[in-house]
Design a protein around this ligand. Structure first.
Ligand SMILES: Nc1ncnc2c1ncn2[C@@H]1O[C@H](COP(=O)(O)OP(=O)(O)OP(=O)(O)O)[C@@H](O)[C@H]1O
Ligand SMILES: [Mg+2]
Length: 624
């Protein structure tokens, strides 16, 4: 048997399609990565000279064309003219690493990102054993194709002309490569951040520091520092001793966090290393790190020395709560580096991490890692959590809580919902099988709307038929664990530093961590609905502003609100049955928004607080 190989009918379309899936700054990563790999090959071949990668203005190009174009120069192993023809003008080609593979090189990196974004031209100048030649890739708009552009020289056209020695960059000795980004038009200044990426003039530093966790040993990545005002830019390469417009070295996010944190370490988990940092002053430290893309309260994933997932609040705060950091998330950064024993790889665009065929976040890996991290909580992080949580303590002997639980006890029978009952005339229909006598599934009914509109129709619906096709053993599901313990409410505020910036803004309360099992509820003292309530009582009972009375008011208001929150959370959690109330439903029913609704029902609270205050202050109640 023989096979006629499949061909690509329209490479330009495929390339544009692939490029559309990549983030704006990906080309910076791909070109830096190619340079790092070229240096690594040179080092492996026994040449130990320090690797230097420089993102800089192409000063030669500026001299000739008066246009500022961004370039990257490395002193890696370089390419011969033949290698450039082979490697650069073909998609999915096996390059010099000889490592095409699902978790290594794809042979597409620079082409789908840099070439697409520089359709006017991507110029490669490369030196190998001292000899330099160049190619120019571009999009030929007339033909609608990507490919090599010919150089029309005096003695005819050439694809890979030799380069005069005088144009060899200073950082290159015998071998190395310089790539110039011409952008999408003649006068496209590619030194500015791409419009869709945004960012200031430190965009390269920010992006590269954030993207690289560690920079390889004996290798330096440098970036030319430019200012916003293009008119002030130098017209030729500044001397290394110049005070402005010099190079800044990229040291990677690990070094950045190491430098500004007050404590750091790595927790060994079964399937990953969890790198953590604690910061003394999140605001100040974030400000200092911001010019290099750093901040606190961040979660990331490290793979092959690169950071793939960058999560910031509110997502990061929620994940950190899963790691046991229930207070003080603003002080912490955690980067998880999965172990190589996992089946781990990056997607084609290298912006997502796939483990066992599933996206890291979708497959809930953070939950697994978080649970293990909680067990091995570093003492420094624990101390930070305790320090902040201690500030929320207002009921040291547990008297208030005791009263709340005692009240709930009085309506014990109401705390568990009744089960749905079978009713042949009802509009509710059981879904799923009845198991073991059916008592357990009595409450697993779901409302169904029949397409015919009302009434029970004879015969079998197509859903019934489809249900027959389902494996009768049913799908394996995770047992849903609901906490039966009353959650503890902690009152937080910006003033005492227990509520972080952006956390629970204008919302009343939130369960920390998992909605079904979280044991701590943060209630927001800065929330308008709460402040209004306190203000209401202050006006009536404490016009003179007596601090002792004020304490009483706050105490009662909080006690009654707390009771209402605990009751709502307990009872809603108990609705869980896996059918009509799934954990996702509970997530919604107990979201910060829902708990805000709970706190906004105030009539009965007003009555109770008034009564308590009136008797305490031995004053006749004005309550109607
Ligand atoms: N700066 C460079 N120095 C030396 N060789 C280079 C350089 N840039 C690219 N190459 C060669 O060109 C090849 C193609 O690069 P490209 O980025 O398109 O794909 P790749 O690096 O092989 O795979 P990936 O899709 O993982 O990036 C490389 O494998 C390498 O052999
Ligand atoms: Mg590459």
């Amino acid at each position: 048997m023989s096979t006629r190989a499949m061909q690509v009918a329209n490479i330009a379309f495929l390339l544009d399609r692939l490029a559309a899936d990549t983030p704006p700054n990906q080309q910076i990563r791909e070109l830096t990565e190619n340079a790092l790999e070229a240096i690594e090959r040179r080092h492996k071949a026994g040449d130990a000279a320090e690797g230097i990668i420089r993102w800089d203005v192409d000063w030669d190009n500026l001299k000739r064309t008066n246009q500022y174009k961004l370039s990257i120069t490395d002193n890696g192993d370089g390419m011969t003219s033949q290698q450039m023809l082979d490697y650069l003008n073909a998609l999915a080609v096996q390059g010099a690493n000889q490592t095409q593979g699902i978790s290594q090189n794809f042979g597409v990196g620079a082409k789908i990102t840099a070439l697409h974004r520089n359709s006017h031209g991507l110029v490669y100048q490369s030196w190998h054993q001292g000899k330099g030649s160049m190619v120019k890739l571009h999009r030929d708009d007339k033909e609608g194709v990507y490919g090599l552009a010919s150089f029309d020289l005096a003695d005819g056209p050439d694809w890979t002309p030799r380069i005069k020695d005088s144009f060899k960059p200073k950082s290159i000795d015998q071998s190395g490569t310089k790539v110039t980004l011409l952008g999408t038009s003649e006068n496209d200044n590619t030194c500015f951040p791409p419009a869709d990426a945004g960012g200031g003039m430190n965009w390269l530093i920010t992006y590269l520091t954030g993207r690289y966790f560690r920079v390889p040993e004996n290798t330096k990545i440098q970036v030319r520092v430019l200012t916003k005002d293009e008119d002030a830019w130098p017209s030729e390469e500044p001397s290394p001793s110049a005070k402005t417009f010099n190079f800044q070295t990229v040291s990677g996010s690990k070094a950045l966090f190491d430098q500004y944190s007050e404590a750091k370490g790595t927790v060994q988990l079964a399937t990953a290393d969890a790198h953590w940092w604690v910061f003394a002053d999140p605001k100040e430290d974030s400000k200092k790190m911001s010019t290099r893309g750093g901040r606190t309260c961040k979660v990331g994933i490290v793979f092959q020395d690169e950071v793939y997932v960058h999560l910031t609040p509110p997502t990061a705060r929620r994940l950190l709560a899963g790691f046991g950091i229930v207070f003080g998330a603003d002080h912490v950064v955690i980067y998880v580096e999965p172990k190589k024993t996992l089946d781990i790889r990056a997607d084609t665009a290298r912006s997502r991490i796939i483990i066992n065929g599933e996206d890291v976040q979708e497959a809930n890996w953070f939950e697994i890692w978080g649970a293990e991290f909680r067990e091995k909580m570093p003492a420094e992080i624990k101390a930070k959590i305790d320090e902040i949580m201690a500030k929320t303590e207002r009921d040291p002997d547990g008297k208030t809580r005791e009263r709340i639980l005692e009240r709930l006890q009085r309506i014990r029978d109401l705390l568990r919902p009744t089960r749905y009952r079978r009713d042949p005339n009802g509009s509710l229909r059981a879904s799923g099988q009845t198991l073991g006598g059916g008592s357990e599934f009595g409450d697993t009914q779901r409302e169904t709307t029949s397409p015919g509109g009302g009434g029970h129709r004879g015969g079998r619906s197509s859903d019934d038929y489809l249900a027959d096709l389902v494996e009768s053993g049913g799908e394996a599901v995770n047992a849903v664990v609901v906490s039966t313990k009353e959650p503890a409410v902690k009152w937080v505020s910006r003033a005492d530093g227990t509520r972080e910036e952006g956390e629970l803004d204008d919302l009343a309360a939130e369960i920390v961590g998992d909605t079904l099992t979280g044991e701590i509820v943060k209630a927001n003292r800065d929330f308008r609905g709460y402040r209004d309530l306190v203000g209401f009582f202050t006006k009536e009972f404490n016009p003179g502003g007596d601090p002792a009375i004020n304490r009483k008011i706050v105490e009662y208001v909080e006690e009654w609100l707390e009771g209402q929150l605990v009751e709502a959370i307990m009872t809603v959690r108990n609705l869980t049955n896996g059918r009509t109330w799934t954990p996702a439903d509970i997530d919604r029913a107990l979201s910060a928004y829902s708990l805000t609704t709970v706190m906004m029902a105030r009539f009965h609270i007003v009555e109770r607080v008034k009564r308590s205050l009136s008797s305490d202050l031995a004053r006749p109640s004005k309550a109607a």
